[in-house]
Write a protein that binds this ligand. Structure first.
Ligand code: IPE
Ligand code: IPE
Ligand code: MG
Length: 254
């Protein structure tokens, strides 16, 4: 998190100095992948990889806060991840509960606004309560908005949005034609801008059902690094790579 004392020249990471503060991505989304392979390569159980992945989460959150990124969204558990063995699923939610307990002080100190998005009613009731307490306590903070995607699926989010529209239509409330901007209002987090940058770790070139509607024009960076090895350096390098890209949105630049 942001250090209390003022950063001295020698403490500032050389990569951080190269980042153009006028051209920061407003929203960074991360598919945190590779925990299982990290554990396997060490002869450990998969859950040890998830535990080690907490270091990656810390690095991403701290780097975002320090850089002044406004929105960070982390894909932590997909709707498809329910297929995994019950023991792994249970351990993942226990880890999440522990993370929220342990990091809450830092979340408060850094004025991080915490959000969760996905089919949250599917989560264990203890986790659900925990998430809503942290959301409630941090709702007025104006630092980084940290969103965890939990029991999240991009297609599920789109279907949930369509069903909300249909419900309203039935009540006679929805009469307009759907546009991009209208549709956005029915997503899980309507005020979350589209990600500017999507990072996926572990060298997999796929989206695995993440934010399908929102990433239409997102810049994508795939890193070979496994999530438990993810550090601030990887984050800064991704931002530097992003800053070299030309975003054309279908137009042309002369
Ligand atoms: C990402 O790591 C964490 C979750 C999906 C919960 P994985 O558990 O998918 O690790 P790999 O991909 O099997 O290495
Ligand atoms: C994507 O990783 C989901 C999360 C990071 C939470 P997976 O490991 O579940 O994705 P696949 O199965 O490799 O596509
Ligand atoms: Mg995986």
């Amino acid at each position: 998190m942001v250090p209390k004392r003022k950063l001295e020249e020698k403490d500032i990471h050389p990569l951080l100095k190269l980042i153009d503060r006028q051209n920061l991505p407003q929203h960074i989304a991360i598919i945190m992948d590779g925990n299982g392979r990290w554990a396997k390569s060490r002869g450990l159980k998969r859950i040890e990889g998830h535990k080690a992945g907490i270091e990656g989460v810390r690095a991403a959150v701290e780097a975002s806060s320090e850089l002044g990124i406004k929105f960070l969204t982390l894909y932590a558990f997909s709707v498809e991840n329910w297929k995994r063995p019950q023991s792994e699923v249970r351990s993942l939610f226990e880890l999440l509960d522990r993370y929220l307990d342990k990091e809450f002080k830092k979340i408060e100190e850094n004025k991080i606004r915490f959000k969760a998005m996905g089919r949250l009613h599917d989560l264990p009731s203890k986790t659900k309560k925990h998430l809503s307490v942290v959301e409630e306590k941090t709702r007025d903070y104006n630092g980084l908005t940290l969103t965890l995607a939990l029991s999240y699926g991009g297609r599920t989010e789109i279907c949930d949005a369509v069903n909300k529209i249909l419900d309203e239509e039935e009540k006679g409330k929805y009469k307009e034609k759907i546009t991009d901007e209208k549709f956005r209002e029915f997503l899980y987090c309507p005020h979350l801008p589209d990600p500017d940058l999507l990072i996926r770790t572990s060298g997999e070139y796929r989206l695995s059902n993440f934010m399908l509607w929102q990433i239409a024009y997102t810049e994508i960076i795939i890193l070979d690094t496994l999530w438990p090895d993810f550090r601030k350096e990887h984050f800064y390098e991704a931002v530097l790579d992003y800053q070299k890209r030309e975003r054309r949105y279908g137009g042309i630049t002369e």
